[in-house]
Write a protein that binds this ligand. Structure first.
Ligand code: SF4
Ligand code: SF4
Length: 382
């Protein structure tokens, strides 16, 4: 699709008239227009879960459209398959519109509402959070340690020479607790808006399977599109590396906390210890995955994405990379005099990550999971 045709048709106004609901925003109105056309066409119903969910409706409320937007995995297939895509006068561009609306939903349901603007300025907010948190940790730790900040610390409990155990627990439980509480309130608002019903284990498990395999990022079985209409599956592979890398890092941190708190076995651990093995494997995925996704994003057909969301997507990938790289730095150089500084930097990045959890791209996995649960509820109810 040429840049010229894209420019011409993205300026198109949403339709209005009998049977079309009023919507809160222009992207919701455009999504209504597109879904109404798609509901008459139905050519793409085998591509993903969005089109069958669309077919269960005749009119589209804001909640319906927010649900469909997060059910979309942005595989791109329905743009290249569409006979009504630009330059056709219907100008059907489902992936880009749903991507725009998806980002809009995260801000709409954010808690507290006053911080929803952080989504629009996400790159700036994330950068500021990282810089301020790293500076604060390095300064506080450097001042409290004095000259031993530049010395070697080894043996069990060496990390607690840098930051006392009680401080780590208090500061990070508070930061993570805030991040998860704010995210939970946002998700609860979203769940109500999309008409979510009572939760059942089979829906939760089925949605978990779909999410963990990225079932709907396969373009209907051929693979996802990125640069052009040729399916590649590159994004799915790098997304898996990122997702499972993050999960392994989480498992490593959780195991370390259990061993430390429950069994008095203090870090640092030997190279062959499960905590280190899980962390190293996770860190590898969390470096290779985001780098691959950054490259894929660089090459992505702009007609498939929402340009306004790009800074948020890039800053999230960079934040994940920083988490992994600084964590690896601590692991590899833990027996050197650089360890206190590296640990302070790593803790600053982790803190920034925790407090920005509810206001950046990290939320997409949770919204998508709830959309998948809702989809299963609807499928078994009809
Ligand atoms: S995206 Fe195009 S081809 Fe697919 S259902 Fe919609 S109008 Fe039809
Ligand atoms: S981009 Fe892919 S996942 Fe999204 S609606 Fe189109 S076919 Fe479905």
């Amino acid at each position: 699709m040429s840049a010229e045709s894209s420019e011409t048709w993205t300026a198109r106004q949403p339709v209005s008239g009998p049977g079309v609901l009023d919507h809160a925003t222009a992207s919701l109105a455009e999504a209504d227009r597109l879904m109404t056309i798609c509901n008459a066409c139905r050519y793409c119903e085998g591509l993903c879960a969005v089109f069958p969910a669309m077919e269960r409706r005749r009119v589209f409320t804001d909640g319906d459209l927010d649900f469909l937007a997060n059910l979309c995995h942005n595989c791109g297939a329905c743009l290249y398959d569409c006979q009504y895509a630009p330059p056709h006068e219907f100008a059907v561009t489902v992936p880009a519109n749903l991507a725009e609306l998806r980002a809009e939903t995260w801000a709409r349901y954010a808690w507290p509402a006053q911080l929803a603007a952080a989504f629009a300025r996400n790159a700036l907010v994330t950068t500021l959070a990282i810089v301020v948190a790293v500076a604060a940790f390095v300064t506080a730790i450097g001042v409290s340690m004095g000259s031993s900040f530049l010395e070697v610390h080894t043996g069990p409990g060496a990390f607690y020479d840098v930051v006392p155990h009680a401080v780590i627990v208090l500061v990070f439980i508070a930061a993570l607790g805030y991040g998860l509480a704010a995210l939970s309130i946002s998700l609860r608002r979203y769940w109500r808006a999309i008409g979510g019903g009572a939760l059942r284990w089979r829906d939760l498990a089925g949605a978990g399977r779909s999410a963990s395999t990225l079932e709907y990022l396969d373009g209907g079985g051929v693979g996802c599109m990125n640069t052009d209409e040729r399916p590649t599956d590159t994004r799915r592979r790098y997304h898996h590396l990122t997702y499972y890398g993050f999960a392994l890092c989480l498992a490593s941190t959780t195991l370390a906390a259990v061993l430390d708190t429950g069994f008095g076995s203090e870090a640092p651990y030997a190279w062959y210890h499960p905590v280190v093995v899980l962390g190293a494997a996770g860190g590898f995925g969390l470096i290779v995955g985001p780098i691959g996704l950054l490259a894929a994003k660089h090459n992505r057909d702009p007609d498939l994405s929402d340009a306004a969301s790009r800074p948020m997507e890039l800053s999230f990938l960079v934040l994940l990379l920083l988490l992994a790289v600084t964590g690896f730095g601590v692991l590899v150089l833990r027996a050197t005099a650089a360890m206190p500084l590296l640990l302070a930097v790593h803790l600053g990045v982790v803190f920034a990550f925790f407090v920005t959890i509810p206001y950046g791209k990290f939320v997409h996995g949770f919204y998508r999971y709830l959309a998948l649960v809702r989809d299963r509820q609807e499928r078994t109810a009809t």
